[in-house]
Design a protein around this ligand. Sequence first.
Ligand SMILES: NC(=O)c1ccc[n+]([C@@H]2O[C@H](COP(=O)([O-])OP(=O)(O)OC[C@H]3O[C@@H](n4cnc5c(N)ncnc54)[C@H](OP(=O)(O)O)[C@@H]3O)[C@@H](O)[C@H]2O)c1
Length: 234
Amino acid sequence: MSPPVAVVTGANRGIGLGAARRLARQGMCVVLTARDRARGEAACASLAAEGLDVRFHGLDVRSRGDADALGEWLAAELGRLDVLVNNAGVLLDPRGSRALDVAPELVRDTMETNVLGVLGTTQALAPLLRQGGRGRVVNVSSELGQLADMGIGSPAYRMSKAALNALTRILAQELAASGVKVNAMSPGWVRTGLGGANAPRSVDEAADTIAWLATLPDDGPSGGFFKDRRPIPW
Ligand SMILES: NC(=O)c1ccc[n+]([C@@H]2O[C@H](COP(=O)([O-])OP(=O)(O)OC[C@H]3O[C@@H](n4cnc5c(N)ncnc54)[C@H](OP(=O)(O)O)[C@@H]3O)[C@@H](O)[C@H]2O)c1
C-alpha cells in the first residue's frame, strides 16, 4: 500500500511548511508546493533531511494552468491524492486601512490568491480527491473573516476570508456524496511572515488543527469552521 498523499499550498515557509512537516511526520507522502521554485525546493530539502517523505512541485495558486499541471503530475507520479491543504494566502492591506479608502486593485489581488486560488486549486485536484472516496480538504482561513464578529481594519483580507468560508460550505456540500470532507480552520495569530514576530502562537499549534482536519474519520465533520480542534462561529 502506498502512503496517503497530501498537497500543501504555500508550503515554503510559515504555517504551510509547519503543516507539511506535521503531515509527513504522520506518515503521509507530502507534496510541498510553492510559487518560487528555489525557495520551495530548499524547504523540501530541509524536510527531506529530517527523513520525511516529501516531494516538491511548483504551484502559483493564481494560475489554473499550474494547478492543472500539478493534478496531471500527481496522477502520473503518485496515482492518488488524499489531502489538500489550501494554505497559501496574502494580507496586502496596509496597517489601519479602511473599506472606504481601500484600492479596488488591492482587493482584487487579495481575492485572486485567497479565494480564486483556493477555488482553482480545488477544482483542478477534485477529480483525484474524489477517486479515493475519502479525501480531506482543509482551508486555512482566519477569524478576521468571521461575520459573527466582523470588525474593521484589513478590509480586503477580511472579505477574502469571509468568501473563503462561504466557499468551504459550498464545496463541502458539492463533494459530500463522494466522501470528501471540506473544512475551514483558523490558526489564530501565529508567528510567521504574515503574523509578525509578536504573535503569541507557534506554527506547530496551527499545524495541529490542520493535521486533525486532514485525518478526520469517516464520521467526522464537514463544512465546519474550527480553531484548536473545536468549532467556532462563522
Ligand atoms: N500568521 C497568522 O497569524 C495567520 C492568522 C490567520 C490566518 N493565517 C493564514 O494562514 C495562511 C498561511 O499564512 P502564514 O502566516 O504562514 O503566512 P506567510 O509566512 O506569509 O506564508 C504565506 C505563504 O503563502 C504563499 N503564497 C502567497 N501567495 C501565493 C501564491 N499566489 N501561490 C502560492 N503560494 C503563495 C507564500 O509564498 P511566498 O514565499 O512565495 O510569498 C508563503 O509560502 C494564510 O492563508 C493566512 O491568511 C495566518
